[in-house]
Design a protein around this ligand. Structure first.
Ligand code: SF4
Length: 366
């Protein structure tokens, strides 16, 4: 009999149980994603005394789009309620700086937990399920340590181990797709991929910023760590896409006809109707032009400086040396700007964060 999969703590952010850690611990830079600069460890000016966001309902309109594409994968509530036993940085000022260092580390570990959990749900990956279970248990153990133990974790090394396992799982799942494309780590900025057949493609860590993926078939495509900021996924089929996170979706531009994997939700800021005119994927002459050149577009907020964010979330687990999440600036949904090369820095100085994710914004409470 197979042992049941370990069930880690929740991997879904619960801002109501968090001390606003991402709104304090992480820095951000004024630009396309944030209206102002903020240094690490400084509470955002919009953070309320009860740790809610004063502009939650109008984040995008207020220039804080980056906050809508961040996801802590449940790290915030774990650090707040478990690691620190419900004592906030306001109540324990001496512990504040350490708490802000711990949070990005746990966030990275939780992101790995998220991918490992998904991999364990994939039947074709069954041959590696025992290894995945062990990695899941070990990752959860690391995240459950004391602040000192957490800060001593060699996250890059652990991430690399996990990334190799996730790659094995991905290959097993995609093995049945004929003529699948290989774009791991590819620079597809602004690429014209409208209507492209990308079923089972390896897009791990690919730079897809501003790419035109309208109407593309991305079923079973491995999108771990792919940077989807401003990518047009209107009408695209993302059913069963592998390792796609809500943060990546939030950073992309889809519409009512975009087909989503189970468990992910259509971002509220996407148009609720399909665009008028030619159906997505039918644009003449563009079908499948992978890699095509940077069709215009801007290289977007990229960069660590810009702090924008977007879509990449699992960089670190993509096995391309990118970081998934760790520190970094808020809003870099992808952790981008931080880490195309895996060397970025982040919040605590250890690598970028991968703010990547789909953070719905802290609850505004009215
Ligand atoms: S969600 Fe964004 S704007 Fe709101 S308090 Fe947090 S960092 Fe500030």
């Amino acid at each position: 009999m197979t042992a049941p999969d370990p069930t880690p703590v929740s991997l879904v952010s619960d801002c109501g149980s968090c001390f606003g850690l991402c709104c304090v611990a992480l820095p951000f830079a004024a630009g396309a994603d944030f209206a102002v600069d903020k240094s690490a460890g400084t509470p955002c000016r919009n953070l309320q005394t009860d740790f809610t966001c004063g502009i939650h309902a109008r984040l995008r309109d207020s220039g804080f789009q980056g906050c809508t594409v961040y996801d802590c994968f449940g790290a915030g509530q774990r650090v707040s309620q478990v690691t620190y036993g419900g004592r906030s940085w306001r109540e324990e000022p001496p512990a504040a700086s350490r708490m802000f260092e711990v949070f990005p580390v746990v966030r990275q570990l939780h992101e790995l937990l998220r991918y490992l959990t998904e991999a364990l749900s994939l039947a074709p990956a069954r041959p590696v399920h025992p290894e995945l279970r062990r990695a899941l248990a070990e990752t959860d153990r690391l995240a459950a340590g004391t602040p000192e133990e957490i800060l001593a974790v060699d996250v890059p090394a652990h991430r690399q181990t996990v990334a190799e396992l996730l790659l094995k799982a991905s290959e097993l799942v995609r093995a049945g797709v004929p003529r699948r494309r290989e774009h791991r780590g590819a620079d597809l900025f602004g690429a014209r991929l409208r209507g492209a057949d990308l079923r089972g493609a390896n897009l791990r860590g690919a730079l897809l910023v501003a790419a035109d993926l309208a109407g593309a078939d991305l079923r079973l495509a491995d999108l771990i760590g792919a940077d989807l900021r401003d990518a047009n996924v209107a009408g695209a089929d993302l059913t069963d896409a592998l390792f796609l996170t809500q943060a990546q979706l939030n950073a992309a531009r889809g519409d009512a006809t975009t087909r989503l994997p189970a468990g992910l939700t259509r971002p509220a800021h996407w148009p609720r109707t399909a665009p008028a005119g030619p159906a997505a994927g039918e644009a003449a002459g563009t079908r499948g032009s992978t890699g095509a050149g940077r069709s215009g577009g801007r290289r977007s907020g990229g960069g660590a400086q810009g702090g924008r964010s977007g879509g990449r979330s699992g960089g670190g687990a993509s096995g391309d040396g990118r970081q998934a999440g760790g520190r970094g600036q808020r809003g870099s949904a992808s952790g981008r700007g931080q880490d195309r090369d895996g060397r970025g820095q982040d919040r605590d100085g250890r690598g970028r964060d991968g703010r990547g994710g789909g953070r719905p914004g802290r609850p505004g409470r009215g």
